[in-house]
Every structure is written in structure tokens, then in C-alpha cells.
Design a binder for this molecule. Structure first.
Ligand code: PLP
Length: 410
């Protein structure tokens, strides 16, 4: 059969991809008419909305002249140096800028590309393990690399920690790549050192790579900043970060999701192969973006101010919602991950989101769209994700409407 015939997918693996949660939400909302008496508020999409720092915009503008040469995929030494210096300040770790860090065009493309670098389909049963609920790129990356995606569910009884023991030894033996997300999206849970210890032991036993998605690491609510996989490795005597690669992004830290800038850091052997892959893929970072990124990594004042803004918002909104929903302040991130009361829409997250939109014009994301059915359940079912990214007044207004909705529906 000629796969290039009209109507035939060119790459059959593309047919395995699932619609993105927001696409499914759009379809689900087709017959919902939002109450026009209220201005629309969306807590659905997790896109930062605080202002981008002026120093990043200025550095971007000041580097116009840098467009006349091809950038290197490895990035400018000055950028790699700024990233290493940030890792030193933030985690007290000395990573070699030449071999252990690499700039990437946002963590999303890098999380995807890593699977293409790591997965070996010549080995039978190639498997990628993902948390559940999860950031959908992990699954797409696994499927397009020719691997099977297997899920481990989050446990609400243990601060939403992932129940890694749901993965049996045979599956771990086939696993080539494990995605972890800490702080987690949507739960905000930070993985403690003990959990890292378990995962490193499994990685040593079975030889798989751990991709640690840490893009929410700078937005946190506890005294202590979230533990990085790199820090955990160093604390456990794994100075070479073997089989570990961490993903960090400027999108949330510096409110520049449009800049497309982040980095990976960790095992020099992985970084070398990743650089080789990226050279062919054509993933060099625009020189203006590199200049802006240097300015962003070198400045912490705007990050502290940004964190304070989130802390203020969460301090106001969380207690209000906790009166009507099973919800509490997460460790980190910018989401509230709440259980829908049984008394409203029978506890169904999709029905809840639709009724809230219809009656109060507030959009929340039904949790079941962020997770897959695994081990006999969908761990996102009966939950909603609320992204507190808008201005404080808008988030408080949304919380008040949700409060009224639940009180009036119960
Ligand atoms: C868990 C998680 N990882 C990665 C990303 C990608 O972020 P970026 O590509 O902007 O760095 C997101 C964005 O929403 C996310 O929620």
C-alpha cells in the first residue's frame, strides 16, 4: 500500500497521537453557552500572564545585529556559562558548561526530542513510563519514537506522589525512558529525596534514562525551594548524574513563554548524543533569544517578585476555594488541583466544568482530560485544574463565582 496516497497518513505513528486536552475541551464545550451576564474568565490554560521583565525585552532588542550568522546548536559559551552559574547559585552544583548543559528552545521541544534521541526500537517492547496525570508531550514523544507509553498514577492520599510501584518488574526491564515532573503539573507535588533514591535504583538496575521536567521549579509556596533531580543525584553521590537529564525553562520563571528558551543539564554522555540529534534536527537557538536568555538567567530579582505575586494570589484564593472544594496550597507550580464535591454534578469533572461555564462563565480544566485510564481508573477523574495565572483581582473574582456555583448547586 502506498502510504503517500491522499487520505493515508504519511507516518502511521501520527495516527496514534491523542487530541490535546484543550482540543478535547473545545469539542466538549461546543454545545455549552457561557452565561454572558458575567465577563469570561479562564483558569483553563497554564500560560503565564504576568509581565515579561523589561531587562529581558531590552536584551532582546539590543541584539538585532546578531542575525547575520548561523547560531551553533550548542549555544554561545556565554549562555552556557550563564546557565552553569545559575545552577551553581540555585543548587550549589558545579556543572561543566561545555559538556553538561545545553540550551533548548523551551522545555517542550526538548522533552519531545529527548525521546527521539533515547528510544531504541531495535530492542523489543520499547517502553516509556510517564506519571499520570501528565504533560501530554511525554506520551506523544514516546509514541512517535515507536515506544509504548505506560502510566503510573498519582496518589491523592500521599500529597499526589506518583505510585511507581504500579509498574511491575517486567515493564521496568523494558523501560528505556522515564519522565518525571517535579514540581508536578497539575498537582504541584515536589518529589522528595527518598523517591529519587528509588528511581535511581530502578534506573541503575534496568539502565533507563530519567528525564526530569522541572519547568515549575521557581514558583513555590514553602520556605524551601523545590529539590532538583540534579541536586538529589549529587546528594546521593551520583556526581556524574548518570542517566539523568533535567529540563528547566524561562517560560514560567521569567514570564516569557513566547521567548522559547530553556536548558537541559545532567549526564554528559546523554547531552553529547542529544546535541548530535539536535544538530540534524536544526534546533539552534536564535541569537537574540540567547542574548535575552543570558539576561534572564543572570537576574533573580524579577523571579523573586514573580514568586511573591503568585504567593499573594494563592494566599487569597486557596482559603476561599477550600470552603467549598477539597483543595489546599500545593508545594509549587501555579495550579490548584481540586476534587469536585459529590454533591455537584455527581462529582463528575467534565459535567462540573460545563455547568460552571454555562452558569458563571468561568473555564476550568476537567482533570480527566489530563490523565489516561490506567490500573483500573483515571486519576484525573473527579478533579479540576485551575491555573492562577491571571491578575489577582480576576483570580479572586473567579474563586468567588466558583464558590457561589458550588453553594447554589449543592
Ligand atoms: C509540565 C510542563 N512541562 C513543560 C512545559 C513546557 O514549557 P516550555 O516549553 O514553555 O518551557 C509545560 C508548559 O505548560 C508544562 O506544563
Amino acid at each position: 500500500m502506498n502510504s503517500a496516497l491522499p487520505g493515508h497518513p504519511l507516518n502511521p505513528r501520527l495516527g496514534l497521537l491523542k487530541p490535546y486536552p484543550f482540543e478535547r475541551l473545545r469539542q466538549l464545550n461546543q454545545n455549552v453557552r457561557p452565561n454572558a451576564e458575567f465577563p469570561a474568565i479562564s483558569l483553563g490554560i497554564g500560560e503565564p500572564k504576568h509581565a515579561a521583565p523589561a531587562l529581558v525585552e531590552q536584551a532582546l532588542m539590543a541584539s538585532f545585529k546578531s542575525l547575520s550568522a548561523y547560531p551553533a546548536t550548542a549555544g554561545e559559551p556565554a549562555l552556557r556559562g550563564a546557565i552553569s552559574a545559575w545552577l551553581q547559585r540555585r543548587y550549589g552544583l558545579a556543572l561543566d558548561p561545555a559538556t553538561q548543559v545545553l540550551p533548548v528552545n523551551g522545555s517542550r521541544e526538548a522533552l519531545f526530542a529527548l525521546a527521539q534521541t533515547v528510544v531504541d526500537t531495535n530492542r523489543p517492547g520499547a517502553t516509556v513510563v510517564c506519571p499520570n496525570p501528565f504533560y501530554q508531550i511525554y506520551e506523544g514523544a514516546a509514541l512517535l519514537a515507536g515506544a509504548q507509553a505506560v502510566f503510573a498514577n498519582s496518589d491523592p492520599g500521599r500529597n499526589f506522589a506518583i505510585n511507581w510501584s504500579q509498574i511491575d518488574e517486567d515493564t521496568w526491564a523494558r523501560t528505556q525512558l522515564l519522565y518525571v515532573c517535579s514540581p508536578g503539573n497539575p498537582t504541584g507535588a515536589v518529589m522528595p529525596l527518598e523517591e529519587w533514591k528509588t528511581l535511581f535504583a530502578l534506573s541503575d538496575r534496568h539502565g533507563f534514562v530519567i528525564a526530569s521536567d522541572e519547568c515549575y521549579s521557581e514558583i513555590y509556596f514553602r520556605e524551601e525551594a523545590p529539590l532538583s533531580g540534579l541536586e538529589a543525584a549529587a546528594q546521593l553521590g551520583r556526581a556524574d548524574f548518570r542517566n539523568l537529564i533535567a529540563f528547566t525553562s524561562l517560560s514560567k520563571r521569567s514570564n516569557v513563554p513566547g521567548l522559547r528558551s530553556g536548558f537541559v543539564a545532567g549526564d554528559a554522555r546523554l547531552i553529547k548524543q542529544f546535541l548530535l540529534y539536535r544538530t540534524y534536527h536544526g534546533s539552534a537557538m536564535n541569537p537574540m533569544v540567547q542574548a535575552a536568555s543570558i539576561a534572564a538567567w543572570n537576574d533573580e530579582a524579577h523571579v523573586i517578585a514573580n514568586r511573591d505575586l503568585y504567593r499573594g494570589k494563592f494566599a487569597q484564593v486557596t482559603p476561599l476555594l477550600a470552603e467549598v472544594l477539597d483543595v489546599r496550597l500545593p508545594d509549587a507550580g501555579f495550579y490548584l488541583w481540586a476534587a469536585v464535591p459529590e454533591t455537584v454534578c455527581g462529582g463528575d469533572d467534565i459535567a462540573f466544568a460545563q455547568a460552571l461555564l454555562a452558569q458563571y462563565n468561568v473555564q476550568v480544566l476537567p482533570g480527566s482530560l489530563l490523565a489516561r485510564e490506567a490500573h483500573g481508573m483515571n486519576p484525573g477523574a473527579g478533579r479540576i485544574r485551575m491555573a492562577l495565572v491571571a491578575e489577582p483581582a480576576e483570580c479572586i473574582e473567579a474563586a468567588q463565582r466558583i464558590h457561589s456555583f458550588i453553594r447554589n448547586s449543592s
